[in-house]
Design a protein around this ligand. Structure first.
Ligand code: FCB
Length: 474
C-alpha cells in the first residue's frame, strides 16, 4: 500500500477513534436520567421533615385589576394576547384570599409561593401605597394561620409603568429602584417571611421581551437583551443585599426556568456541543454569574457580557428551578441559526411541550452538582384543559423529585403551578394550569383533575410542619 494511503487510513482511523471516544464520553457523562420505576402511580410520598409542598401563583396572573403595570398596557394593544384576552379581573384572588387559602388547605398544601405586585405597592415612583402593603401583611398573617409557609417573589415579570417607561430592566437605575423596593418589603413583610425569591425567570423575561418581542417591551434587539440580562442580575444582587440588611433571617433564592436540552442524535458530537452550549446559556448563566461573582452571558448572535461583580457571590441560599419541558437540539444548515429546537417524542401538553419528568431529575442532579445548595422546585405544572394528564404528571414529577432526594440531593420543596387557572401571559386564558378550574365568568373555583393526586402526595400532617413556620437551615 502506498505510504500516503497508509497515512490517510491511519489519520481517518484516529479521527474515528477520537470522535466516537468523545461521543461515548458524552453518552456516559450525560446519560439520560431514568426514573427507577416505570409506573409511579402507586408511589406514596415520604417526604423529608419540613418539606414544602405547595402551590404557586403570580400577582398579575391571579389578582385582577393590576392596572398600573406594563403588562396591563400591553394587553390593551390589539393583537398582543391570544383571543384578544386581557388580564382584567383575572382569578379575582385579591378579593378572595380567604377562600383561596381554604383551597390550599383542602389540597393538603403547607406552603404557597406568590408574588407581591410592585406596581400596586409603588404606583408612583417613590410613593408607597399603604393599603396595598396592608393587603399583603394581612395575606401573610392568613397564610401563617392556615399553616402555609409563604415564599414571596418580588418580581414576576410585571413592572410599574413608571419603571417600564424609563427603560425597564435596561434602565441604568433599575437595580437601585428594585433594591429600594426589596428593602421596603423586608422592612414591612420581613417579620412574616423567611423564603424570598428575588426574580422569576429572568432569562424568559429577557428572551420574550427583547429577543422575540413577544412580551413587553416588545423589542427585538439582542444587544438590549443582554443589557436586560445584566439589569436583572444587578437587580437580583441589589435586592439580595437589601433583604439581608432589612431581614437578617432572609433565606434568599430566585426562580429560574430550566429546559432539559438533549441532542437529537446522541452520536452527533456537533449536536452535543450545541445542546450543551444552549443549556449553559439559557439554564445556567444566571446562576453561574452569581456563583462566580462575574456577570457572564455568551450565546452565538449575542454580544458577550463579561463583567466582574463580586457582590453577586453568595447572594442566593438556595436554587429555584421552574421546570416544564424537554427540548431536542438538531443541527440543520437550513434552519435559522443552523439549529432546530423541537419537542421530544413523548406526550404533549396543551401548551405543546413534551411531558418529560426525567428532565426534572436531570436538572436537579445538575444543579446540585454545580452549586451544592438546597434546591426548591419553584414551579412545575401542566396545561391540561381536559384533565387527561395532570394526575400522571404529578405522580411522575413527584417521583423524580423523590428519587433525587433518595440519591442524597437536598431538595427542600416543590410548588405546583398553579393553584387555580389564571391569565397565562400572551396565551391569555387559553391554557389551564390550575389544580382548581376557574369559571371565567363567575370566577367560581372547582377542583380540577389532579387535585386529588396532589393531596394524596402531600406530606403527612404528622410530619409536623403545618402549624409552624419552617426554619430553614442556612
Ligand atoms: C412560567 C411562568 C409562570 C407561568 C408558567 C406556566 O414560565 O413563570 O408565570 O406562566 O410558566
Amino acid at each position: 500500500m502506498p505510504r500516503v494511503i497508509r497515512w490517510l487510513t491511519a489519520a481517518v482511523a484516529t479521527l474515528c477513534v477520537f470522535y466516537f471516544g468523545v461521543a461515548f464520553y458524552y453518552q456516559r457523562a450525560k446519560a439520560r436520567p431514568l426514573l427507577n420505576a416505570e409506573s409511579t402511580t402507586a408511589f406514596a410520598a415520604a417526604w423529608p421533615a419540613g418539606f414544602l409542598w405547595g402551590t404557586a401563583t403570580a400577582a398579575h396572573q391571579v389578582e385582577g385589576g393590576n392596572v398600573r403595570n406594563d403588562w396591563w398596557r400591553f394587553e390593551h394593544q390589539v393583537g398582543k394576547i391570544a383571543h384578544g384576552d386581557i388580564s382584567g379581573a383575572a382569578a379575582g384572588h385579591w378579593d378572595r384570599l380567604s377562600e383561596d387559602i381554604g383551597l390550599m388547605r383542602e389540597l393538603g398544601a403547607n406552603a404557597y409561593r406568590f408574588s407581591i405586585e410592585w406596581s400596586r405597592l409603588e404606583p408612583v415612583e417613590g410613593q408607597w401605597d399603604e393599603g396595598a402593603w396592608a393587603h399583603y401583611v394581612d395575606e401573610l398573617a392568613q397564610l401563617r394561620a392556615a399553616g402555609q409557609e409563604p415564599v414571596v417573589t418580588l418580581l414576576h415579570f410585571t413592572l410599574p409603568l413608571w419603571m417600564a417607561d424609563r427603560g425597564g430592566a435596561t434602565a441604568p437605575d433599575f437595580p437601585e429602584r428594585f433594591g429600594r423596593f426589596a428593602s421596603e418589603a423586608a422592612r414591612r413583610l420581613g417579620p412574616q417571611v423567611k423564603w424570598w425569591c428575588t426574580v422569576n425567570e429572568p432569562q424568559v423575561q429577557m428572551y420574550n421581551g427583547y429577543v422575540t418581542g413577544y412580551w413587553p417591551p416588545a423589542v427585538k434587539d439582542n444587544a438590549l437583551a443582554v443589557r436586560a440580562f445584566e439589569g436583572l442580575l444587578r437587580a437580583h444582587g441589589a435586592a439580595a443585599t437589601t433583604l439581608r440588611k432589612g431581614d437578617p433571617d432572609a433565606y434568599i433564592g430566585l426562580a429560574s426556568n430550566m429546559i432539559w436540552f438533549e441532542p437529537s442524535n446522541r452520536w452527533n458530537l456537533l449536536e452535543w456541543v450545541v445542546a450543551n452550549s444552549v443549556a449553559d446559556g439559557f439554564n445556567w448563566s444566571f446562576y453561574e454569574s452569581i456563583k462566580n461573582g462575574r456577570m457572564h452571558f455568551r450565546l452565538p448572535g449575542f454580544p458577550t457580557l463579561d463583567i466582574e461583580e463580586p457582590a453577586l457571590k453568595g447572594s442566593v441560599d438556595w436554587i429555584g428551578i421552574n421546570y416544564y419541558r424537554r427540548n431536542l437540539v438538531r443541527v440543520n444548515p437550513g434552519a435559522p441559526g443552523m439549529v432546530d429546537i423541537s419537542n421530544g417524542p413523548g406526550t404533549l401538553s396543551d401548551a405543546k411541550v413534551e411531558i418529560y419528568p426525567e428532565g426534572l431529575l436531570g436538572l436537579i442532579r445538575e444543579g446540585w452538582k454545580r452549586y451544592r445548595l438546597p434546591i426548591v422546585i419553584t414551579e412545575n405544572g401542566v396545561a391540561d384543559s381536559t384533565g387527561a394528564h395532570r394526575p400522571m404528571f404529578l405522580g411522575r414529577h413527584s417521583y423524580a423529585i423523590k428519587q433525587a432526594i433518595d440519591e442524597g440531593v437536598d431538595v427542600r420543596g416543590a410548588f405546583h403551578w398553579a393553584l387555580m387557572d389564571n391569565f397565562e401571559w400572551a396565551e391569555g386564558y387559553g391554557w389551564r394550569f390550575g389544580l382548581y378550574r376557574l369559571d371565567l365568568r363567575t370566577l367560581v373555583r372547582t377542583a380540577a383533575a389532579g387535585a386529588k393526586e396532589f393531596r394524596r402526595l402531600a406530606p403527612s400532617p404528622s410530619a409536623g410542619v403545618r402549624a409552624k413556620a419552617v426554619t430553614p437551615a442556612r
